[in-house]
Design a protein around this ligand. Sequence first.
Ligand code: FAD
Length: 395
Amino acid sequence: MVTCEIAVIGGGISGLTFAHYVSLKGHQVKVFEKEKGGGCIHSYFIDQHYIDFGAHTLTNRYATVLEILERYKATDQVCKPLTLKFEGYGKKGFFRLFSKINCIELLRSAFTGFGTKKQNLSVRSFYSKILGTKNYLNFFHYLFQAILCQDPDHYPAGQLFRKRRRNRKYPKSFSLKKGLDQILDIIAGNPSISTEYYNITKITKEGELHVLWSGPAQVAQTKSICLACDPKSASLLLGDGWPALAGLLRRFPVVQVQSLLIGSNNAMTFSKRNKSLIGFDQPFYSAILYVIDDIKYWLFHFKENTMPVAERIRVIGEIFSAKQDEIFVVAARSALLPAISVECLALQSEIDMQTRDSAIFITGNYMNGLSVEDCCSRAKNEAERFHAAITQNPG
Ligand SMILES: Cc1cc2nc3c(=O)[nH]c(=O)nc-3n(C[C@H](O)[C@H](O)[C@H](O)COP(=O)(O)OP(=O)(O)OC[C@H]3O[C@@H](n4cnc5c(N)ncnc54)[C@H](O)[C@@H]3O)c2cc1C
């Protein structure tokens, strides 16, 4: 069993960003991650080319992300992201996206909805006001659904498209030369951060210390803990010693995004389609087109449901009018996302209240928004809170 000052549970972008900022203040950090390559950022390689299964695009509004890249002198790894052009796919087949927008309603709503504040409004209420109810229901609902990989209706409008200043030294949107996994590798390479691969199953208190368990084994004892895993896992881990906090975490709903990378053994199968897809009343949110060495691949992000893979292949075959034996799964993966609603804003504040004077630090994509920058800025704030607590109470 190792002893450490601070243990981070979850080695995604939130946990590693927390570890990074804590290490800057001179602390040694241990990160516990249950699965190599787990989490919402995952770059899959076909020869030298990567396909990002989760987050694929960063923007020059992501100040914390850029601060990290600058710190590790890695800004030369910034590169153009995949150029994405979309078309819609619905019950009647393919269509041009903007054919779904009613321009008169759009203009009228822009006028009547002018000045509407996002605060405490859901995506549906806010965008229905400023874009028109029919436009929202017929078009923007599906667009935002594809962006958020979940039903966007109840998502807090204030946590989607946050206003942040652009850093014009960098492209408006960008990726990294080896895929977004690279930012995780860059941070994990910091000598003050070490990662151990354990599925942490329980945390108990022993006096001033916390003990981390993986099954029957005690793997670490630590003064402080940063929970950077999904809210369901965080709730289970805290269940014994911190029932009130665990109860709050349990109230965050989560959704699973099930992604399938599809190829074809017949060059003609995908030949007619040259744009990524947004699903309208389909079992998938979106399908991103990648062309690698002139071969087309589609990354389908399916909604959480019990549809077996064979049925998904049938759906995909129908889209491309292909025989089922012409298409095959290159890789499959699932990611867990919080399904945040306006009601969760109160939970986020309550969690902050409960942890304010404790040795528990909470970060993750359910505390401040889903985007990579939301995760990084939250993790940075929690790291600063940790450092302030240690400075005030060094024992
Ligand atoms: C399909 C998709 C596309 C996206 N596209 C974008 C995009 O283009 N731009 C953008 O900004 N954002 C995007 N996002 C959102 C963004 O990627 C995520 O919100 C963010 O990466 C979440 O990071 P995290 O560290 O909070 O959580 P995760 O990445 O989920 O990390 C949590 C980690 O905790 C580990 N863990 C869980 N339980 C335990 C345990 N008991 N013990 C040890 N380890 C544990 C998990 O294995 C995981 O690695 C996308 C997300 C998805 C799913």
